[in-house]
Design a protein around this ligand. Structure first.
Ligand code: COA
Length: 500
């Protein structure tokens, strides 16, 4: 038998680091091409050096690893998803995304992500029955969703709804039911954990459909019986009064199911990290998923599919593409749907999405923005600005065009990303909880403090017009509250102006 990675006889790889401040050398083990950041704590100074270190540098407590925006920091060991950003490879539990998109379904891939293997037919039946059974929500959710303003962004509704759901599962709330309800090594812990997972995956399509219908001013629709996941979602969004025989178009249901599959997980992205960050405090999974939703809402992440369409509408036509590209190069605009922290050559999902787009466009006709999108993509791929920075179309570049021809409102696009991503968040959360109580470390990063050293309080009278700094420092941008504009009614304004 060959050497395994954990073989104790394997020659140990290590990194030798010398601290040139002290001459001290430490030997840091390299495991799976990573080094433990805590090893650097061994490099410390006995005390701050005159004129070189500030007390706030805390040199006595060891060297810190500074990594703004987690550009090269691994925060978990995970067995779920692998990405090779150079080669454009994405695999879930070892299976290439291309094979899953071609042969699997969203719920089967969800099972794979959560439990590690493709399910047998009995396992799949049980899992899909549990998920679909949990699509029903407490009737109070109807009041909660209906209480939002008619023009609320659906991500605001979804984020709040996930958090609200937690209030309806007190037995799944560690604050009420005990801190170790998920991390204890018991069958009861596992059952409770999986039940919340079924609930969250099942209810996410219902809540998303409710967010959509509230804004249409339509009654909410109860989950249908006997339909698949994406199909049920479309049913709850679109069912009018055709009667119970209404079924979403099979090509559309299949396309959405594959889009859901493509969005199900993407290893340690910003929203997954948010879910784990929040989950590491041992809060309930509803709050953690709500945090993930909030992170995904941003235009640098899941909000990019919405931003792409707004960008294409602004560009207006292929003729305006060169001018837009110049604006991007002058850093006046962002080319949404391009670039990725991990993929530097190609995003394998974007290729699959282009194929789905062809199938959908064959049914619906092309989106009028497609020509502008293709002209933009082609211009960017030829331009040295994008080539030198290794910026390529990502999953969001084309997905929005599909959602648009299917008639989803533009601000609903991030919801179509968040709903399937609930699975990925929960797969990572489950993996974290299964590691056990001792292994779930609270995610508490450090900072490098660059602010003022200790100083004494100055009374308001002594501060004078210039403030406590007494002119020592020129005023920096953002160093005092902004003078904000208070829109007011014309009547109030006129009354004030006339000094009545
Ligand atoms: C995804 C994203 C946030 C990754 O950010 P990142 O890894 O921090 O990359 P950086 O911001 O350091 O980018 C490196 C360089 O490329 C530029 N760049 C990156 N993405 C760009 C984009 N979409 N448009 C224009 N310039 C871009 C940056 O301005 C930077 O240029 P510089 O070296 O001259 O400063 C970023 O590419 C982006 O904002 N893309 C658009 C939003 C999007 O589609 N998000 C969905 C991701 S799936």
């Amino acid at each position: 038998m060959g050497l395994t990675l954990d073989d104790p006889h394997k020659p140990r790889d290590s990194l030798t680091v010398t601290d040139n401040r002290t001459g001290k050398t430490v030997d840091i083990p390299i495991s799976r091409n990573s080094v433990p950041a805590t090893a650097f704590k061994k490099l410390s100074l006995a005390k701050a050096r005159e004129g070189q270190d500030r007390p706030e540098d805390e040199v006595e407590s060891g060297l810190r690893v500074f990594d703004a925006g987690y550009q090269n920091t691994a925060v978990v060991q995970s067995a779920i998803t692998f990405i090779d950003g150079e080669a454009g490879v994405l695999r879930h539990r070892g299976y290439p995304i291309e094979q899953l998109a071609d042969k699997s379904t969203f719920l089967e891939t969800a099972y794979l992500l959560l439990y590690g293997e493709l399910p047998t037919s009995a396992q799949y039946k049980l899992f899909s029955r549990e998920v679909m059974h949990h699509t029903f929500v407490h009737r109070d959710m109807a009041d909660i969703v209906a209480s939002f303003r008619f023009d609320s962004h659906p991500m605001a509704i979804l984020t709040a709804s996930f958090a609200a759901l937690g209030a309806y599962s007190p037995e799944g709330n560690p604050a009420l039911a005990g801190q170790k309800i998920y991390t204890a090594p018991t069958d009861a812990a596992l059952r409770l954990l999986d039940k919340q997972i079924f609930r969250l995956i099942g209810k996410s399509i219902t809540l998303a459909a409710m967010a959509y219908r509230m804004r249409q001013g339509r009654q909410f629709v109860a989950p249908p019986a006997g339909m698949g996941y994406a199909e049920s979602f479309l049913y709850m969004m679109d069912h009018l009064n055709e009667g119970s025989e209404y079924r979403p178009h099979p090509t559309i249901a299949k396309a959405l199911d594959t889009l859901f599959l493509l969005h199900a997980d993407h290893e340690m992205n910003a929203s997954c990290a948010a879910v784990l960050q929040v989950g590491s405090t041992l809060v309930d999974p509803y709050s953690a998923v709500s945090a993930g939703c909030a992170a995904l809402y941003g235009p640098s992440h899941g909000g990019a599919n919405e931003a792409v369409i707004r960008m294409l509408v602004d560009i207006g036509s292929p003729d305006n593409v060169p001018a837009f590209i110049e604006r991007v190069k002058r850093k006046e605009a962002v080319l949404s749907g391009f670039g990725h922290r991990v993929y530097v050559a190609t995003d394998p999902r974007s290729k699959i999405i282009q194929k789905i787009a062809e199938d959908v466009f064959a049914l619906t006709g092309k989106d009028p923005l497609l020509d502008t999108a293709l002209a933009l993509r082609d211009a960017a791929l030829k331009d040295s600005y994008f080539i030198s920075r290794r910026l390529y179309p990502n999953v969001d570049f084309f997905s929005g065009l599909i959602y648009r021809v299917l008639g989803f409102p533009t601000d609903f696009f991030p919801v179509l990303f968040a709903v399937p991503r609930v699975v990925g968040w929960l797969a990572h959360w489950r993996q974290m909880m299964l590691a056990g109580t001792a292994a779930v470390k609270i995610w508490r990063p450090r900072q490098v403090y660059v602010g003022e050293g200790e100083r004494n309080y100055v009374g308001m009278k002594e501060r004078g017009e210039e403030g406590a700094q007494q002119g020592k420092k020129k005023k920096e941008r953002g160093s005092e509250p902004s003078k904000v504009h208070h829109p007011t009614s014309t009547r109030v304004f006129l009354a004030r102006e006339s000094k009545l």
